[in-house]
Design a protein around this ligand. Structure first.
Ligand code: ADP
Ligand code: MG
Ligand code: MG
Length: 348
C-alpha cells in the first residue's frame, strides 16, 4: 500500500500575486489552506480585524458542513428522522442544493447520469477515503454491493423557499465534493458585506474573483500541471468568475500496480480507473464557486472524452487533463475558450 503524496500547493493558484496590495491566509476545515487577495483593505477595517472575520466565517461553515465531527448541522441532519421535513440553515441549503442540481442536470445525458452523487459516502468510506479513515485492503465485491445499495441522491429532497430538507431513505449526505466551493462562497459573501468589490479568494483548488487587481487588470489564475511539481499547465483570465479544479492525482492509493482514486463512480461502486487526472470547471452561473466545485468533481468521475462531451452538451466551461504514455494531454470544451489568455500561450 502506497499513499499518494499530499499537496504542497493548491491545484489552481493565483498568478502575479505582487499586484494585490493585501494578502491574507489561514486554514479552513480539514486543514485546507485559504487565501484572500484584495486591491485594498475596506475602510475602517484593519488587516487583523479582516483576518479574524474571515476565519470566523470559515469556522462557522465548519460547524455546518463537516462530517469529521458528529455535532455539525449536516451530521445531525443525517441522523434526523427519515420521511419528515427538517429546517436547514442557508449555508447547508446552499451547498446541498448545488450538489443536487448537478446530479439532476447530469440525468439529461445517459452516460453521465448518476455519476455524481452526494450520498456516495458509504462507498467513499469503504474504499478508505472518508471520515472513517484509511483502509489497507481492496473491498470485496459483496462489500461493494452492500455499500452501493445504501446510496441514492434521489432520496434527498430540498425546498429552498421553505428552508427545509428531508431524506426519503436513510442515506448519508457528505458534502466533501463542494467543501472548497462552499468555503470560497462564504469568504466572498463576507467580503462583499464589508463593501469589498475587488478580490480573489481561494480555498485549496477552488477560486473566485470579483472586479480587478489594484492596477485595474483582471485577476489571473493558473491550473496546475498535475505532475506534483507545482508547475503551470494553463493560465486562465478570470474576472468575476469561479473556478474549481478536482484532481484524482492527489488522493489515491496503489495496490498491485492499480491506482485507486478518492473519486468513486457510484454506478460501479469503485474508484475511477480512466486516465483523467484533473478537471477544471468555471461556474456556469452567478459566479457560484460551490457549483463549480460540484461540477469539477462530477466531470472527474467521467472519462476525459465523456467529460468534454457532457460539458459541451450542457454548455459548461471545462478543462480536462489526461495522463498519456509520455506525459499529459489537455482538452477543453467550447465554453472554456473565452477564459484562455488571448496573447501567446504561457505554456512552454
Ligand atoms: P478534490 O478537489 O480533492 O479532488 P473533490 O472536490 O473532487 O476533491 O471532492 C472529492 C470528494 O468527493 C471525495 O473525497 C469524496 O468524499 C467525494 N466523492 C467521491 N466520489 C464522488 C461522487 N461520485 N459524487 C459525489 N461525491 C464524491
Ligand atoms: Mg475539491
Ligand atoms: Mg469538488
Amino acid at each position: 500500500l502506497m499513499l499518494g503524496c499530499q499537496p504542497a500547493t493548491p491545484e489552481a493558484t493565483e498568478q502575479r500575486a505582487e499586484v494585490a496590495s493585501v494578502r491574507l491566509s489561514g486554514t479552513a476545515y480539514h486543514s485546507m489552506a485559504w487565501q484572500v487577495s484584495l486591491a485594498a483593505l475596506p475602510t475602517d477595517t484593519s488587516r487583523e480585524q479582516l483576518q479574524q472575520r474571515l476565519q470566523a466565517r470559515l469556522d462557522a461553515a465548519n460547524t455546518v458542513l463537516s462530517t469529521y465531527q458528529s455535532d455539525t448541522e449536516l451530521m445531525r441532519f443525517n441522523r434526523a428522522s427519515v420521511g419528515e421535513w427538517h429546517a436547514v440553515s442557508p449555508m447547508l441549503l446552499h451547498a446541498l442544493s448545488r450538489a443536487l442540481q448537478v446530479s439532476a442536470q447530469m440525468t439529461s445525458f445517459a452516460q453521465a447520469a448518476d455519476a455524481y452523487d452526494v450520498t456516495v459516502s458509504p462507498l467513499v468510506n469503504l474504499w478508505g477515503f472518508g471520515s472513517t479513515g484509511k483502509t489497507t485492503r481492496v473491498p470485496t465485491d459483496a462489500d461493494t454491493a452492500r455499500a452501493k445499495a445504501q446510496i441514492g441522491w434521489q432520496n434527498v429532497q430540498l425546498e429552498s423557499k421553505n428552508e427545509r430538507a428531508q431524506r426519503l431513505a436513510p442515506v448519508t449526505i457528505d458534502l466533501s465534493s463542494v467543501g472548497e466551493g462552499a468555503a470560497v462562497d462564504a469568504l466572498s459573501s463576507e467580503l462583499q458585506s464589508l463593501g469589498v468589490s475587488d478580490f480573489l479568494v481561494s480555498v485549496a483548488g477552488t477560486l473566485k474573483s470579483r472586479g480587478n487587481r489594484a492596477d485595474g487588470s483582471p485577476w489571473r489564475v493558473a491550473i496546475e500541471r498535475p505532475d506534483g511539481q507545482g508547475g503551470i499547465q494553463q493560465l486562465v483570465v478570470l474576472s468575476d468568475g469561479s473556478l474549481s479544479t478536482s484532481g484524482s492525482y492527489r488522493n489515491y492509493f496503489e495496490r498491485n500496480g492499480v491506482r485507486y482514486s478518492h473519486t468513486i463512480d457510484p454506478r460501479t461502486g469503485k474508484p475511477i480507473t480512466h486516465n483523467g487526472v484533473s478537471v477544471t470547471v468555471i461556474s456556469p452561473v452567478n459566479n457560484d464557486a460551490t457549483l463549480a466545485d460540484a461540477w469539477a468533481t462530477a466531470l472527474s468521475v467521467l472519462s476525459p472524452e465523456l467529460a468534454i462531451q457532457t460539458a459541451n452538451k450542457l454548455g459548461l466551461a471545462a478543462y480536462v487533463v489526461a495522463k498519456t504514455a509520455d506525459g499529459f494531454d489537455a482538452s477543453h470544451s467550447a465554453a472554456f475558450t473565452p477564459y484562455l489568455p488571448v496573447q501567446k500561450s504561457a505554456q512552454e
